[in-house]
Design a protein around this ligand. Structure first.
Ligand code: HEC
Length: 133
């Protein structure tokens, strides 16, 4: 193997890696989003924010940034087209079997009303919209 081939291989590897991270986003447990636009929340989303911080932020992070216990919602995975609003109801009532990340399973969240889940979903959607998701 000559030096040119090694250089070409290195470039191919570099480009593939960049494409992979671009496509998958932060894929390992523990990565968090650091720059978040906070929109002017609607009334419903403001109620959602309160319920979110009580019930979800421990894992999904303040402002949906993610923590070492759970993923950020500011990610292509959680766009409304991919994870519709029904996935929030399911996640909260039944928990989530780990499938996108390495955080482990999400346990069902107890003591939360259907209305609160709707408010939280609205809150997350407005946060996502303000950040291009
Ligand atoms: C104990 C930690 C924890 C708490 C508390 C928690 N989650 Fe999660 N949640 C997770 C983890 C971990 C995942 C990612 C599972 C995977 O896909 O690997 C997740 C995934 C999700 C998903 C995606 C579901 C899917 O179908 O992929 C939604 C929606 C969600 N959570 C909503 C919520 C809401 C709303 C709350 C608060 C009411 C909440 N979570 C509280 C840990 C948590």
């Amino acid at each position: 193997m000559n030096i040119k081939m090694i250089a070409v291989l290195a470039i191919i590897l570099g480009v593939s890696y960049a494409a992979w991270t671009l496509f998958t986003g932060p894929s390992s447990a523990g990565e968090m989003v650091s720059k978040i636009n906070i929109p002017e929340f609607s009334q419903v989303a403001q109620s959602g924010l309160v319920a979110y911080e009580e019930n979800c932020a421990a894992c999904h992070g303040v402002n949906g940034a993610g923590t070492e216990n759970g993923p950020t919602f500011l990610h292509a995975f959680y766009k409304a087209g991919h994870h519709g609003d029904g996935s929030f109801v399911n996640a909260v009532k039944n928990g989530v079997h780990a499938h996108h990340w390495q955080f482990g399973n999400m346990p069902p969240v107890e003591g939360i009303t259907d209305a609160e889940i709707r408010w939280i979903t609205k809150y997350v959607r407005e946060l996502q919209a303000a950040n291009g998701y």
